[in-house]
Design a protein around this ligand. Sequence first.
Ligand SMILES: [Zn+2]
Length: 240
Amino acid sequence: MIALMALDLLAIAAHPDDAELTCGGTLAKAVERGYRVGVLDLTRGEMGSRGTPADREQEAAEAARVLGIHLRENLGLPDARLESNLDSRLLVARKIRQHQPRVVILPAWEARHPDHSTCTRMAYEACFLAGLAQLELEGTPHRPFKIVYSAMYEPMRPSFVVDVTAQYELRKQAILCYRSQFGDQKTWGDISPRMAGLVDEVDLRCRYYGSLIGVEYGEAYTLKEMIQIDDLVTMPVRSI
Ligand SMILES: [Zn+2]
């Protein structure tokens, strides 16, 4: 998969399968709307207790095909020792310049797995660096317009929920491509050891966030900035 034009939406994740577990439905929905969509995984997940990096690479490619996304890349940074240093930030900034995403999805900034919160910090700083015209880095300076943070697995109040009811089956299929992670164990791996029963728990989380906006399945996000509404008359989600 080669990026021939700018991406509309790019998810940046610490490990292969994180993007599917957090925003797979949103990515599939964006593809259906005709947007150009990509995933940038920072590590190959080589420290995971199950599956080899080669397994996970193949699984990630399969999951990308299921979601229909246009680009999936892996930076091959060290799993479980992910560090936000200048080198790693510049690697990500180079990808931001290369793919020029309009919107970036990052993990929640407070996350149990240190790689997830490091990914958030590193990618945020990389998005900033990528826009600096004076920075000595190949490519055209670019800063994403919008950064949203997944709020699916952390105890934080979402700013908004995306209705993924129509994409839920694709989302599930994409997660189940990671047979090395979920084939027999059916646990959530590094996302949350508290939860067992992958399919049930995915269902529960998405149903809960869906219920907050009155639909069957939803994916939750949070923002640092405020949401602008210009027309109160057409606002979705019933109050009473
Ligand atoms: Zn992860």
